[in-house]
Structures are given as C-alpha cells and as structure tokens.
Design a binder for this molecule. Structure first.
Ligand code: ADP
Ligand code: ADP
Ligand code: ADP
Length: 214
C-alpha cells in the first residue's frame, strides 16, 4: 500500500489510518504526531513548531519534507508501504513527494480526500481526546474511552490538544482551504484521486475506503 489521506482537521484521518495500517501492514506516518513528539521532547524544532501549530499555521515545507523522507527511508515498518496522514499539506510538499517516489519507482496508488463540511468539525475537534504516545484519538461524546480521560489499551491519561479549541480551529480551517485546497486540485488531475464522504459514521467511512483500496 502507498497512499495519502487528505482532509481538514477532524475529518477522521487519524481514526481511519490505523485500520488501513493494520490491514495492509504498512507504516502510518502522521506528521502532526511527529511534530508533537518533538514538542514533548523539547527539541529546538519542537519549540519552533509549537508556536506555529498553536497559531494554526504550517511548519516549513523544507522541515516537513525532510521529516517524511527520513521516515520513509529508515522506518522498517514502511518497507511494506505507507499511509501518509497530514502530509502533503502544500503543493510544494506534494511535488517533492512525487519526485522522491518517482525516483524510487514507487509511485502513489491512492490520494483519498475525506470531504466534510466545516460546520461539522467544531464538535469533532472540541470533543477530541488523544493518547499522545500512540496518537489514538477518542471523542468525549461520539467515542468516549471506557474510563474517563484514560486510554483503553494502556490505561495512560488522555489529553486535549492545545490547538483543539474553536479559535485555533478557525485558523487551521483557513489554512487548510488556502494551502491544502490546491493539493486536492493537484491530485484531481491525476488518475489516483478519489473522495469519500467523511461526514458519515466511522464504520461507513471505513467501508467507503475499503471500496477504493481493495
Ligand atoms: P483528523 O486526524 O482528520 O484530524 P480524527 O480522526 O482525530 O481527525 O477525528 C477527530 C475527532 O472526531 C476524534 O475525536 C474522533 O474520535 C472523531 N471522529 C472521527 N471520525 C468520526 C466520524 N466519522 N464521526 C464522528 N466523529 C468522528
Ligand atoms: P489535524 O489532525 O487536526 O489535521 P495534525 O495533527 O495533522 O492536525 O497537524 C497539527 C499541526 O501540525 C498543523 O496545524 C500544522 O501546524 C502542523 N503540521 C502537520 N503536518 C504538517 C505538514 N505536512 N506541513 C506543515 N505543517 C504541518
Ligand atoms: P468497525 O468498522 O471495525 O466496527 P468502528 O466504526 O466501530 O469500527 O470504529 C472505527 C474507529 O473509530 C475506532 O478507532 C473507534 O474507536 C472509533 N469510533 C467508533 N465509533 C466512533 C464514533 N461514533 N465517533 C468517533 N470515533 C468512533
């Protein structure tokens, strides 16, 4: 499997990607999770990234392309293919990814857009709870953990992301439409683009995804 999932914050990328990873035994690279790991480790990159993320803006293309290139080449799990979640977010990132994969004769098979109206994202984002170490997400109402604020698998605490508030979400949605909208246009011109109705129940979205990738 070699695919990307594109969609606004809260579309369900992080909910669906692990299921694809499990089924196809490939790696799941979520650039937001990688950046948050840098923030948690208090690296210089993490310090710079935190400010940008909390403003709802994008980290530079150069940093993000290097991060993905490094993982794709060195992460053993990626030998069986990959699913990218949150990358590419700009046209230059998409072009760089294409160049990289073409050089390795491993072109993308699918670019799937999770489409959902902005109005539905406020409830999804303000109710999201995450387990930082794994990237697993829950929802206060739509998908509550078995025990309040606790990860079902590890028993570790769940957190709310500092950028998962209504004000920052508005900025992130602006950034998405402005900078990532053109990425969907970029892939629409290729034969690998498809869309999925991401407003549906998670099980329905999963069925739509399977219909495309199987
Ligand atoms: P993304 O990775 O695209 O930002 P997530 O997968 O983290 O989105 O989902 C955002 C929030 O919405 C999470 O709290 C998740 O549990 C919830 N969620 C995901 N998919 C659905 C869905 N189809 N219907 C309702 N809530 C959903
Ligand atoms: P969401 O799950 O809500 O779509 P992510 O976890 O993917 O959000 O990303 C969180 C933040 O990390 C983004 O708002 C952005 O600041 C930064 N980020 C993640 N991926 C990229 C990328 N490919 N390019 C630039 N910035 C990124
Ligand atoms: P399946 O298709 O295997 O029955 P589900 O649709 O029940 O899977 O769940 C898919 C993923 O979405 C799981 O990670 C689950 O925790 C999460 N999830 C389940 N129901 C919801 C929901 N209503 N809103 C958000 N996330 C959900």
């Amino acid at each position: 499997m070699r695919m990307i999932l594109i969609g606004p914050p809260g579309a369900g990328k992080g909910t669906q990607a692990p299921k694809i990873k499990e089924k196809y035994r490939c790696c799941h690279l979520a650039t937001g999770d990688m950046l948050r790991a840098q923030v948690a480790a208090k690296t210089e990159l993490g310090r710079q990234a935190k400010k940008i993320m909390d403003e709802g803006k994008l980290v530079s293309d150069e940093i993000m392309v290097n991060m993905i290139q490094n993982e794709l080449n060195n992460n053993q799990e990626c030998k069986g293919g990959f699913i990218l979640d949150g990358f590419p977010r700009t046209v230059p990132q998409a072009e760089k990814l294409d160049q990289m994969l073409t050089a390795q004769q491993k072109p993308l098979k699918h670019a799937i857009e999770l489409q959902i109206p902005d109005e539905l994202l406020v409830a999804r984002i303000t109710g999201r709870l995450v387990h930082p170490a794994s990237g697993r997400s829950y929802h206060k109402i739509f998908n509550p953990p078995k025990q309040s604020m606790t990860d079902d698998l590890t028993g570790e605490p769940l957190i709310q992301r500092s950028d998962d508030n209504e004000v920052t979400l508005k900025k992130r949605l602006g950034t998405y439409h402005e900078q990532t909208g053109p990425v969907t246009e970029y892939y629409r011109k290729t034969g690998i683009w498809t869309k999925v109705d991401a407003a549906k129940e998670p099980g329905q979205v999963w069925k739509s995804l399977l219909g495309i990738i199987e």
